[in-house]
Design a protein around this ligand. Structure first.
Ligand code: B12
Length: 498
């Protein structure tokens, strides 16, 4: 009977992130499938926070003698995943190394071509696939009949038929082993409530050009099933909050309505958070609030209508403003994620985004969100565009060493390329836009890591920041924000009884 290790590699950029203590959900889901449907021994090894992971593995590997290593990664942690694959294969060349997750799923051929230590790549949701793979490895069978993978066969890379298991929206993340050592919370700003993650749907019906979403088909899970899981979590972990991980929690009106009704009827008395799109049916915000929703994050992306159309966002600036107003009117916190340096974008478009952010952030229930240069991820339309325009060099591979000076300068993950059309938005403008925004006062949602990283950069770029911020310092928006900030603090102090 084979032994399987499911590993999250060291992930330096997770350290200092507000969600640094959250579990490797994907691996817990895989373990759930393996434990439920097979009798293979499966362990999760989470190395995300262990810079000296090799020392730990040197002790663990001889003790457990694993036959299969399943490694997960996001694009920023891909090189650590590759290092790990090389390490375990060197330790024992007989083991089978399988990788999955949103990064590898989108560049399987590239991975198998450049990393001989990786034996197979899983393309989509991995629950059923990992079972089939493990069974095939156990009997030394051929991988060719397993759907949804790529593997090396002699000198060829074989890609099997796509897996069509996505109708199953994933078995409960909470049942899969004991993840209680992880800390998760939901923000009912500024209070952090102990929470656990649940998924009510997978995939997203939208087709934004920068997104590397894994499940192309949007599918929902029965509300009764979701509620049953939530109740179980509450009993088991005593949490008071739920963190919905869905890419598009509010995309299906009927599902959202049913889910809220079930939550209200079951008197869950829990607070929850999710991600939404600004074009959600606003008349359901009231039900969401009643059901316990305290905050929503959403992709604002751009304040320029022209750019929103270029990126196929399918949302208008008007819808964004209405959505933020709707949430604010009900006291639901909203947190916008936005980007700049999108295809065709010029400085004036980014200024429109900053103006929109300024406007909506002056509302009491809007939390300062992100404003990041556009990153290129594998498998996106943006990647194809970047290759066509030679923003990514002809030789660019996701699996060989890459470090971008531009990403570093803009305090982003250095291994992730940034989309930049030099003629439209040169690096100097990019830098001023980013640091200008980063330097704005009252940024309570900046995480520890950013504050440290940004501080030295802010000092270095002090003259351009002052120049960039002058209109802001003299605008009424800043002072409105100062007042809103102090009034929020006063209210919290009152609530906490100080
Ligand atoms: C939670 C989350 C985070 C958390 C991570 C928490 C954690 N503990 O790891 C936080 C908030 C830190 C985060 C940060 C970022 N994230 Co994020 N995040 C998500 C989110 C919402 C859920 C991921 C998840 O856990 N899904 C649930 C599990 C069950 O699914 P899964 O991991 O995909 O696993 C399944 C399959 O992929 C497969 N599988 C996975 N691994 C393996 C391994 C093997 C061996 C096999 C067989 C199968 C397999 O099987 C699993 C079960 O079906 C997704 C969006 C989404 N809804 O998926 C974005 C997402 C993963 N994030 C994304 C991005 C862009 C980011 C950031 C880069 C954002 C930024 N601008 O800085 C940062 C990067 C973080 C960093 N420092 O490196 C992108 C991915 C980009 C990429 N190619 O890497 C996503 C897809 C959002 C999107 N649509 O753009 N994120």
């Amino acid at each position: 009977m084979i032994k399987i290790a499911l590993i999250r590699p060291f992930h330096p950029s997770l350290i200092g992130h507000p969600f640094e203590k959250s579990p490797p959900y994907g691996l817990y889901e895989l373990k759930g499938y393996l434990d439920t449907y097979t009798s293979f021994q499966t362990r999760i090894l989470d190395l995300a926070h262990l810079p000296h992971w090799k020392l730990s593995l040197a002790k663990i590997l001889p003790r457990y003698a694993f036959d299969v290593f399943g490694i997960t990664a996001l694009s920023p942690s891909r090189f650590e995943a590759i290092k790990l694959a090389r390490y375990v294969k060197k330790f024992n060349p007989q083991v089978c190394v399988v990788v999955g997750g949103v990064h590898f799923a989108h560049c399987a051929e590239d991975t198998l071509t450049h990393v001989s230590e990786i034996d197979a790549v899983v393309h989509g949701e991995g629950g059923i696939t990992i079972i089939e793979l493990a069974k095939a490895i156990d009997v030394r069978g051929w991988f060719g009949r397993i759907k949804g993978i790529s593997f090396r066969s002699k000198d060829r890379i074989v890609k099997t038929a796509p897996n069509d298991y996505s109708k199953d929206a994933g078995i409960s993340l909470s049942l899969n082993g004991d993840s209680s050592r992880y800390k998760e919370y939901v923000r009912d700003y500024p209070v952090a409530i102990p929470a656990r993650a649940v998924m009510a749907s997978k995939g997203c019906p939208a087709r934004c050009i920068y997104c590397c979403n894994l499940a192309k088909i949007y599918h929902t899970r029965s509300p009764k099933d979701v509620i049953a899981e939530i109740k179980l979590i509450r009993e088991k972990h005593g949490v008071r909050g739920i963190n919905f991980l869905d890419c598009a929690f509010t995309a299906d009106r009927h599902h959202l309505e049913d889910l809220c009704r079930e939550m209200i009827d079951s008197r869950l008395d829990l607070k929850w958070w999710c991600e939404s799109r600004a074009d959600m049916p606003l008349e359901l915000l009231g039900d969401m609030k009643k059901a316990g929703c305290v905050s929503l994050a959403f992709g604002l992306e751009s304040g320029s209508q022209r750019i929103l159309s270029v990126i196929s966002k399918g949302i208008t600036v008007r819808q964004i403003v209405d959505f933020v107003n709707g949430c604010n009117a009900l006291g639901i916190y909203v947190k916008p994620f936005s980007m700049f340096s999108l295809p065709g974008e010029e400085e004036r478009d980014a200024i429109e985004t900053l103006n929109l952010l300024d406007e909506i952030e002056s509302y009491p229930f809007t939390i300062r969100g992100s404003f990041q240069p556009t990153m290129i991820f594998p498998g996106t339309e943006l990647e194809t565009l970047a290759r066509d325009k030679e923003i990514l060099g002809r030789q660019f591979s996701w699996s060989t060493h890459y470090e971008s000076a531009l990403s570093r300068m803009l305090l982003q993950h250095p291994s992730i390329p940034i989309y930049m059309e030099k003629d439209k938005m040169p690096p100097e403008v990019l830098k001023n836009l980013y640091l200008g925004r980063a330097s704005r006062l009252l940024a309570p949602s900046l995480n520890r890591c950013h504050v440290v990283k940004e501080f030295s950069s802010l000092i270095k770029n002090y003259p351009s920041i002052i120049r960039y911020n002058l209109p802001y310092i003299f605008s009424h928006r800043l002072w409105k924000k100062v007042l809103a900030y102090f009034s929020r603090r006063r209210k919290t102090a009152k609530k906490n009884g100080n």
